[in-house]
Design a protein around this ligand. Structure first.
Ligand code: HEM
Length: 370
C-alpha cells in the first residue's frame, strides 16, 4: 500500500525543530488531559463519600477540584492545537487518510468536547453549592475517555496503511471504527491510567491551599497521593504491554534506537521518583509544598519520556512501510522561525507571570457551607 504522494510545497522549518516543538507541546497536552481525567475520577469518589457519609471536608475538597476542572479543560484544548498543527505538517500523508476513513467519529469529537465542557461547568457550579454531581461528572468522564479513544484510534490507524483499502472498500461514508488492532487498548489504557498519576499530583498540590481548613487539606493530600501511587503501579504494567504488543520487527528496531532508550529511561526513572515522592507525601502529617510541587515536575518528565518512545514507535513503524518523516524538502525562513521562538518564549514567560500573580492574590475561603 502506498502513502499519498509527498506535498510538493517545501516545509518552512527543519523537521527536527518541528518535531521538538511537537513533542514538547504534546507532553504538555497529555499532562493536561491526564489532570482532567484524574480530577473527574476524584470528583466521582468524593461525591460518593459526601452522599454516603455527609463528610464536610470531603464536600469542600470536591468543590476545590470541581471548580478548577473547566480551567484544566482550557489547557487540554489549547495545548492540543499546536501538536495537531505539527502532526498535519509532518505526517499529513498518513493522518489525513486515517481520519477521513473514520470521519464521522473523528468529527464527533467536536460535539463530544462541547458536551463535556458544558457538563464541567455544571459540575463546578453544583459542587460549589454543595449539590450532588454524580451523573454529570460520570457522563463528562465517559465523554473525555471516549474522545481519548478516538484519538488513539486515529493515531493507530495512521500506522496501518495496509488496512486503508479494505476499510474504504467497506464504506466511503466515514461511518466506521478501525479494524481490531492489538496495540490499541494498552495504548489507550496507558494514557487513561496516567490520569491517576497527573491528576493525583494536581489534587495533592491543592492540599497546600491556604484558603481551606485542615480537614480538607488532609482529604486532598491523602486522595491525591493514593491516586498517584496506584496510577504509577498500573501504568508501568501498561507501558510494558504497549511495547510487548508491537510487531516483532518494531520491537527489534526499538531496542536499537538510542532515542527510544533515552525515552524509556526518562519515563521509568521519573515514574519511580514520582512514586517515591507520593509515598513520602502520603506519610507526612501535614501537606508539603515542596513534595506537592516536585511530583508534577517528575510526572511531566515521565510523560515527556513516554512521548519520545511513542514518537519512535510511530517513526519506526512508518519507516518500515516506506514513510520517512525526515524525507522532506525544506526551505526554512529563519526570520519567521526566530520571531516565532521569541513569541513562544515570551508567551511562556507571560504564563509564568500570570501564575505568579494568581499565587500572590489573596483567595477567598473555599469552604462549602450548604
Ligand atoms: C477531552 C479532551 C481530550 C482528550 C481526553 C484527549 C486525549 C488524547 C489522547 C489519549 C491522545 C493520545 C492518543 C494516542 O496516541 O494513543 C491524544 C492525542 C492528541 N490530541 Fe488530544 N485529547 C483531547 C482533546 C484534544 C483537542 C481539543 C485537541 C486539538 C485541538 C487535541 C489534539 C491532540 C493531538 C494533535 C494528538 C496527537 C498528537 C500526535 O500524535 O502528534 N486533543 N489526545
Amino acid at each position: 500500500m502506498e502513502f499519498p504522494r509527498l506535498d510538493p510545497i517545501p516545509i518552512p522549518a527543519p523537521v527536527w525543530l518541528m518535531k521538538v516543538l511537537s513533542l514538547l507541546t504534546m507532553a504538555l497536552h497529555f499532562f493536561a488531559v491526564q489532570v482532567l481525567i484524574g480530577s473527574l475520577v476524584a470528583v466521582l469518589i468524593l461525591n460518593y463519600r459526601v452522599r454516603k457519609h455527609s463528610d464536610p471536608s470531603a464536600k469542600t475538597a470536591l468543590s476545590v477540584i470541581a471548580r478548577r476542572i473547566p480551567i484544566v479543560m482550557t489547557y487540554v484544548i489549547n495545548l492540543g492545537v499546536p501538536p495537531l498543527l505539527f502532526l498535519q505538517v509532518l505526517y499529513g500523508r498518513a493522518i489525513y487518510t486515517s481520519t477521513v476513513l473514520i470521519a464521522v467519529m473523528w468529527l464527533s469529537i467536536v460535539f463530544q468536547l462541547m458536551a463535556a465542557y458544558y457538563l464541567l461547568y455544571v459540575v463546578s457550579d453544583r459542587a460549589s453549592k454543595g449539590k450532588s454531581v454524580g451523573w454529570q461528572a460520570f457522563v463528562a468522564l465517559m465523554l473525555a475517555a471516549g474522545i481519548g479513544q478516538i484519538y488513539t484510534m486515529a493515531m493507530t490507524l495512521m500506522l496501518k496503511p495496509e488496512a486503508w483499502p479494505g476499510m474504504y472498500a467497506k464504506t466511503a461514508t466515514g461511518l466506521q471504527g478501525i479494524p481490531h488492532e492489538v496495540t490499541m487498548m494498552p495504548r489507550w489504557l496507558f494514557m487513561m491510567f496516567g490520569g491517576l498519576i497527573a491528576g493525583g499530583c494536581w489534587i495533592a498540590l491543592n492540599s497546600n491551599l491556604s484558603t481551606i481548613e485542615t480537614g480538607t487539606k488532609k482529604v486532598l493530600q491523602k486522595l491525591g497521593t493514593q491516586f498517584t501511587i496506584a496510577g504509577v503501579l498500573v501504568q508501568i504494567g501498561f507501558g510494558f504491554r504497549v511495547i510487548a504488543k508491537q510487531p516483532l520487527e518494531i520491537q527489534q528496531a526499538l531496542s536499537g534506537s538510542a532515542l527510544n532508550k533515552v525515552g524509556t529511561a526518562l519515563w521509568g526513572i521519573c515514574a519511580v521518583v514520582t512514586l517515591i515522592i507520593a509515598v513520602l507525601h502520603l506519610r507526612k502529617a501535614t501537606p508539603s509544598l515542596w513534595l506537592g510541587w516536585t511530583a508534577p515536575v517528575t510526572t511531566f518528565l515521565s510523560i515527556a519520556g513516554a512521548v519520545l518512545v511513542r514518537d519512535q514507535i510511530r517513526d519506526l513503524t512508518l519507516a518500515s512501510k516506506g514513510f520517512d518523516v525526515f524525507n522532506r524538502v525544506e526551505s526554512s525562513n529563519w526570520f519567521v522561525i526566530g520571531l516565532f521562538l521569541i513569541l513562544f518564549v515570551a508567551g511562556l514567560g507571560t504564563l509564568g507571570w500570570l501564575l505568579s500573580v494568581m499565587k500572590r492574590a489573596k483567595g477567598n475561603s473555599e469552604e462549602v457551607l450548604a
